[in-house]
Design a protein around this ligand. Sequence first.
Ligand code: SF4
Length: 417
Amino acid sequence: MNVRDSEHMIAELKNKKDYEQTNNIEEADLIMVNTCSVRDKPVQKLFSEIGHFNKIKKKDAKIGVCGCSATHLGKDIIKRAPFVDFVLGARNISKISNIIDRKGAVEIDIDHDDSSYMFDDYRSNPYKAFINIMIGCDKSCAYCIVPFTRGDEISIPLDIIINEAKKVVREGVKEICLLGQNVNNYGKKLDKHINFTYLLQKLSEIDGLKRIRFTSPHPLHMDDEFIEEFAKNPIICSSIHMPLQSGSTSLLKSMRRGYSKKWFLDKAFKIRDLAKDVSITTDVIVGFPGESDEDFADTLDVIDKIRFEQIFNFKYSKRPLTPAIDYDNQIDDKISSQRLTRVIEKHKTYNFDILKDKIGSDYETLFDAIKPDGYISGKSDNNFTVITKGDASLLGEIKTVHIKDRRKNSLIGNMLF
Ligand code: SF4
C-alpha cells in the first residue's frame, strides 16, 4: 500500500508541480518520508530519520511526513520536530500538490474519500502494476491501528479499476497486483452482484493481461466461490497470502479476527487441494496478550499442517488507540522473543524441502531484474524467485524455465522457451 501511495505522490508532484526525483538527498528541494505505523519500531525510527535529513538537506529544502504515522501522530510531529513543513495522512494523498506550499499544514482526515480520485500516472516497474481496489478497513482487530489511520472501508468503483487495468496493459504491463486491506471483501457497499470474485472474472477478460495477484485477502471472506475461481482461473497466479496471526481459537477471539483454527485450516486445505502447486504465505504474531504455551502450540501446529511457503513473523507491538494495549495480560518480551525464534526455526526446517521439491518443475517466469554475471531473475506464477542465464532483452518477457537447483531463497534453472 505504501509503495503505491508513494507512486501516487510522485505522479502528482511530477505532473502537477514539475518536480523530478533525485537519488541525491543533498540536492533535493523536497524530502518526503512515507511512514508505516503497524508496529512501534518504524515510528521510533521516523524521528531519527527526519532529524538526519534535516541535518544534511539543502537550505530551504522542505520535509514532509506522510502515511499512517502521519495520521496518528498528526501535529505532534511538528511539535516534536518543528523543522517538518507538513504532515499528510495516509488517506489524504490526493492533497499532496496542494499541501507542499503550506508551511505547518496538517491534513489527516480519515473520512476523506480518495476512492474516485484520478491520480496522475507513475509506476516504478514497467511490467508489474499495483492497482488499488479499496481504501480503509472496517474490521477491528484488537492489535491493529490501521482502521484509525486509513479509515473506513470503501471499494473503488469497478469501472475505474477495469479502465486502469486496461490502460496499464496497453502500456506493456503483464501482471497486476490488486491492493486493499481485505481485498476479498471488495464490493460490500457497491451493487449486489459486484464482489471480489466478479472483479477477478472481469479483469481476466482483458486482452493482453497475463497475470493477476492480490494482497491481502482475509481468511474470513474466503468463501467457496472465491476459492474455486482462484484455483481454476489461469490468469490468477497460484499464490495467496492467508494472514493467520494465531493458531489458537481463543486467542483469535481475543484478537477479534472472526475465524477459528478449524475455519483457517479448512480454507487452507481446500486451497491446497484445488489449486495446483499453490504457494501459501502468512503472517504470525507471537506474544499477543494472554498467549499461553498451549495457544502458541496451536500456532506451531497450524504451521506444521500447512507448511507455509513464507511466514512474516512479528512480536506483538502495543499500538495506541487499539483495545489490546489495555489488556492486562501482556506477555514478557523475553518469552515473545523465544517464541519468535521458534517460529523462524520451524519454518527453516521445512523451507529447504519446499525449494528442493521444485527441482524438475517447469515454471513460467516473468523476468524483471538483471543479476550479476549474465543472469536475470523473475517470479514464477506461484511467486518463487527464479534465476536463469539471460540479458536485458528478456525483461518483461514470460518464459518457461526448467528448475535444476535451488539456493537459500530462490530457484535456478535453464530457459526452455
Ligand atoms: S483486517 Fe484487521 S489486521 Fe487487517 S487492516 Fe483491518 S484491522 Fe488491521
